[in-house]
Design a protein around this ligand. Sequence first.
Ligand code: GDP
Length: 397
Amino acid sequence: EMFGQLTTGLESAWNKLRGVDRLTKENIAEPMRDIRRALLEADVSVPVARSFIESVTEKAIGTDVIRGVQPEQQLVKVVNDELVQLMGGEVSDLVFAKTGPTVILLAGLQGVGKTTVCAKLAFYLKKMGKSCMLVAADVYRPAAIDQLTILGKKVGVPVYSEGTEAKPSEIAKNGLKEAKSKKTDVVIVDTAGRLQVDKAMMNELKEVKKAVKPTEILLVVDAMTGQEAAALVGAFNVEIGITGAILTKLDGDSRGGAALSIKEVSGKPIKFIGRGERVEDLEPFYPDRMAQRILGMGDVLSFVEQAQQVMNQEDAEELQKKIMSAKFNFNDFLKQTKAIAQMGSFSRIIGMIPGMNKVTPAQIREAEKNVKFMESMINVMTAESRATIKINILQLP
Ligand code: GDP
């Protein structure tokens, strides 16, 4: 499981808060140390982990207690929101040129999955209805052009190449010209990777950049390299000026440090993630979904969120009193079903309650039908009966 270790590390933090009635500076100190340790073990850099812990601590202490929500669940929510912020908040969409072909320049060290990303991106864009062309400007590794040609065939997009003798900036320029004449929507330029960052590689990228003026310059980095990947994105950005990163190999046992640190360290967003070797295995990077995967608690998060939004504290308390004292009338019942309707469908709500995932869709439909039926029965009652006839919920079958 992706980030399994990080998820486990965070779990021990929640467990330490069992039974406390609110979050305080004192009782979150130890859980915070667990979270810090889990982040460092995931290969998040020390300064990133430190500022993360500081802002979570500050926000956790300041949160209002919500009735029915455990303090540890509230901390999960605070950590989630901060994780989302750390990873850039919003999804960062690919930018397209207003006129002419959009040029996407791909850079990256050898072996990170850059050539594979060319094909994956082309596949992704084709599905969006965009026509694509790949340009083979990696002239140093002879197999690179063949590999790109094979991948291009596989996804059904043309590959422009001039062999290994031409200059990469010339190849890119000519490729773009060809794409213009064919009215291709997007040109993806594959550039040479090196074993490590060096001047020749940076200079070549600068030349290609000057020659084709890309809309997007994306650095492909390998998630397995953790905080190194984040530092690399920063370095490339300073040197070339990039628009974002593509993080590959998130399907392996990467520890998550790269996903968590890239935005914070480099100022540039992750735009896509690769989760496998197939051309289908590329998806836009959604900070919120990633945070949920890390926490492994999608249900708790939605529960806290919706409780915050819908459940007005006084209403909830009054209702509880009425139910306990069997003074629950039909108007209260209607109010309740409305509040539930605001939280979404029955199936969604049931999905959010831990342990309720065994309820079958048929049972949910049946329950929904029953509620609709009861609502219509109540709607034909007189106002007086609605207010005076009491339902003793504790005695319902
Ligand atoms: P390049 O040198 O950067 O062009 O790297 P390649 O595209 O040739 O990929 C290097 C190796 O990594 C190949 O064996 C790919 O199949 C593999 N690879 C690329 N992306 C992913 C990914 O997201 N997940 C996994 N598991 N393997 C990948």
